[in-house]
Write a protein that binds this ligand. Sequence first.
Ligand code: ZN
Length: 412
Amino acid sequence: MGGESRCRFCGSVLNDTFVDLGMSPLCETYISLEQLDQMEPFYPLHVFVCHQCFLVQLEEYVNPKEIFTEYAYFSSYSETWLRHAKEYAGMAVERFRLNRGSHVVELASNDGYLLQYFVQKGIPVLGVEPAANVAQSAISKNVPTIIRFFGEKLAREMLEEGKGADLLVGNNVLAQVPDLNDFVKGMKILLKSGGVITLELPHLLRLMEGNQFDTIYHEHFSYFSFTSVARILAFHGLKLFDVEELTTHGGSLRIYACHNDDNTKAVAKRVTELRDKELEGGFTSMDFYSSFSEKVKKTKRMLLGFLIQAKEHGKSIAGYGAPGKGNTLLNYCGIRTDFIDYTVDLNPYKQGKFTPGTHIPIFPPEKIRETRPDYLFILPWNLKDEIRKQMSYIRDWGGQFVVPIPEVSVYS
Ligand SMILES: [Zn+2]
């Protein structure tokens, strides 16, 4: 967009850099052999923090319609995520006493991975999902789904049709919403009086503490602290009455909200505790945010230092995994086949392709046994324990694991 950009929540001019990760392609656009000789679009990955409301955010460099109308990610492919969804449904039904007369709505309901568990309990549900391919998969398993982007307009239409929500769920969607105010306004409209909203979102506190700069990508427009998300909901007449800290996605929050004038829900101690923790941590001071940038640069220098050293000593390095976050890391650090010979991934859709921007070939995991690399570089570091267990046989030839985040570490 260039020129003057403004905060997507409060409209202030954005001048303050949170971190600038340079130019990167969209992290899910894996490259085929034929595309290797073609041009590839790169977009800025420059994150700002608003000096007025402290919302950390990325400009809308790419139209969300381009990113989200056909989505390669089917939630039901992940067993861990399914288990998480099932536990959530059980908890919600019990805690909020949901029954056959209740109505559960999920925004960004993907392939019905979550709502199916409410359907099993006979509770009426409705999903809203803009990506037609994943939405169709939900419909085919009896999860009614509206294929649209959510906002004020759709909320009003749904309400007119009597589709208000007793429980309104949004998991990992708020970060991906370009028009934040329109979306939250829509939630306020759709929520029945006495109803509950729960949202899960990656926690900025964890991103900063864990140096997880590679979880920044073009599909994620906003990066929330508890304080900033509370402020946004409050502006739209919603109050937070509970919060849980989860381990998903490197550290997430599950927040519980209701209408401002709903006095039937006591505000949990956890709410004030977390708000105080962030306040003490510096989440309302600009100096705190500007320190992150240097930490990221240092991580890059240390990682490259390790890789240069390894190559000088004639070591071979293979990657493990080709996740979206890996592509932010590889592009920002400029790591290509000069350092990593290839990577492997269990997802057959990615095998035979190349990583976006850095063009590292992706093979099935068997390749590791054939080539016996000295180092296995784990890109999805959040799964490092699982991968080290699964790939323990690399020790047979003295292979070691390299984990890049929070700082480069080697494990045998
Ligand atoms: Zn702002």
